[in-house]
Design a protein around this ligand. Structure first.
Ligand SMILES: Cc1cc2nc3c(=O)[nH]c(=O)nc-3n(C[C@H](O)[C@H](O)[C@H](O)COP(=O)(O)OP(=O)(O)OC[C@H]3O[C@@H](n4cnc5c(N)ncnc54)[C@H](O)[C@@H]3O)c2cc1C
Length: 463
């Protein structure tokens, strides 16, 4: 911290204590939990000068105004489950913890809609819908810790994004605090609205670099009456990818199609709820939902498309399906536990190049002498190719980073995206130009300049 920034932080801290109260401003040892997020396994850490915990939108606006006046950077933080270091304050400054903005403003079952604070946890949002017979489909993992504001800021996906789209598809309107501390509303409660440019979508996926989302109105749909999940095991990825193609041309629209490669299967085999055939080295999980009649008619079609497999395990009951998805959610943790370090590369490719992206990830890992665990959302051709390493081994993290860079470059050559659903954050900083052309990059930078002219909002991210 330079002397200038140091004295700015001291007077800012005093001002923020006056605005928010003593307990809402944390410093020193009290900020330790904010030094890391879920990207810790790839070695990312950053120490903020202050952490503030505002309780409402107006307090958020006051914090932003104070930061802007003192020229101190401000980093919004939801649940801290992001995998690219987006909520970490590299270079110091203030971390804004949004957990207290967790109010439920209204749930309108008859209008298929709810309005809630940005700090409400994802599992709470989904439960609120369910209690009214409605469905909020976006289901990124870590739902018990992530917040709806964080999901909107990253446009989080998850397994059911295949049929239902990512979080942004479910956002009708937002309340946002934009620099230097102005509260605006974009979108609203209407299902149709083309007045003005689509500013709602501008904030979706903006990773806290354009504004701080403080509340949102979400679209819901009736909860599907029934569902069936089929787990299919294959001896290798080639057979699994052939089955995936059969599913995609079967005429069905599955709710989710997930994959686990050999590394991910091995890492999580012991915890599988049931028994996995020992020959299984590649796994697909396909789920179909709808009316009871539709599910009954579609289950055999899905099973046939997934055949031949060394194992087909159809799960019709809710408890069996819950066990399965809980296990699927635990894959990230199981992989992290292997050697202690993991660098996960979240990318997507055009659907027809999914098998090639899998084999490319495998080749790059092999050439670098690293272990690969891959899993993710096969229906969306969204891979989480994860290079696993022992952080105490010299050069291992560098080797994983080189592998990740090779993969990002290759994915772009394939017409894919370097950030499918986790964002660019800090981990992929400087890589936007790999994918975006010069004109598009210029517009991106112009938007940032327009909204945050001093570059104080989550600096260094999404660049
Ligand atoms: C086990 C596990 C499984 C996961 N599975 C998935 C998955 O299936 N699909 C998926 O997409 N992601 C997944 N993720 C990643 C992560 O959970 C999502 O990106 C999630 O949406 C982040 O929400 P959060 O509240 O934790 O945000 P944080 O990690 O706190 O922040 C993420 C970014 O959003 C910004 N931000 C947070 N809140 C706000 C706000 N209110 N206003 C403006 N900016 C804000 C932050 O500055 C940061 O840039 C997974 C993570 C883990 C650990």
């Amino acid at each position: 911290m330079s002397a200038d920034v140091g004295s700015a932080v001291i007077s800012l801290a005093e001002e923020l204590r006056e605005i928010l109260g003593e307990d809402a401003v944390l410093q020193g040892a009290d900020t330790v939990q904010y030094h890391v997020d879920a990207s810790e396994g790839r070695g990312l850490r950053a120490e903020p000068d202050l952490v503030v915990r505002p309780a409402d939108t107006y307090a958020v606006a006051a914090v932003m105004r104070a930061c802007y006046e003192h020229e101190v950077p401000l980093t919004p933080r939801g649940g801290g489950t992001g995998l690219v270091g987006g909520s970490l304050a590299f270079g110091g400054g203030v971390v804004l913890d949004l957990a207290l903005l967790n109010e439920v403003f209204e749930v309108r079952p008859e209008a298929w809609r709810m309005t809630v604070g940005a700090g409400l946890r994802t599992d709470h949002v989904r439960r609120l819908g369910r209690e009214s017979g409605l469905y909020f489909p976006p289901d990124p993992g870590a739902a018990e810790a992530s917040q709806i504001g964080g999901n909107i800021a990253t446009d989080a996906g998850g397994p059911h994004a295949f049929k239902y789209g990512t979080t942004g598809s479910w956002v009708l309107g937002l309340e946002v605090v934009v620099p230097p501390g102005k509260v605006i509303s974009v979108g609203g409660r209407n299902r149709k609205d083309v007045a003005g440019y689509n500013l709602t979508d501008l904030f979706v996926g903006s990773e806290g670099t354009l504004g701080i989302i403080t509340a949102c109105t979400l679209r819901l749909i009736p909860y599907p009456e029934s569902r069936v999940a089929v787990v299919a095991g294959y001896e290798d990825a080639a057979r699994g990818c052939a089955a995936l193609e059969e599913v995609l041309i079967s005429g069905l629209v599955p709710a989710a199609v997930e994959y686990l490669d050999q590394g991910a299967v091995e890492a999580s085999r012991a915890a599988y709820p049931g028994s996995l055939d020992p020959r299984t080295r590649f796994l697909l999980i396909a789920e179909f939902d709808g009316s009871e009649a539709d599910v009954a008619a579609s289950a055999p079609v899905l099973e046939e498309a997934l055949s031949p497999a060394v194992q087909l395990d159809a799960r019709a009951s809710v408890s069996e399906q819950d066990d399965l998805w809980r296990w699927r959610d635990s894959v990230t943790g199981a992989v992290a536990a292997l050697l202690g370090g993991k660098l996960s590369v979240d990318v997507s490719v055009p659907a027809e190049r999914f098998a090639e992206a899998l084999s490319t990830s495998r080749d790059f890992a092999e050439q670098a002498g690293l272990r690969l665990c891959g899993w993710g959302h096969a229906g969306d051709a969204n891979l989480h190719s994860t290079f696993v390493f022992d952080p105490s081994e010299e050069g291992a993290l560098d080797a994983a980073e080189r592998c990740a860079d090779r993969l990002l470059a290759r994915v772009v050559e394939m017409g894919g995206s370097i950030a499918a659903e986790h964002g660019i954050g800090w981990a992929k900083r400087g890589r936007l130009g790999l994918q975006l052309d010069d004109g598009s990059l210029e517009i991106n930078r112009g938007l940032k300049q327009q909204l945050d002219p001093r570059g104080l909002l989550n600096p260094g991210k999404k660049e």
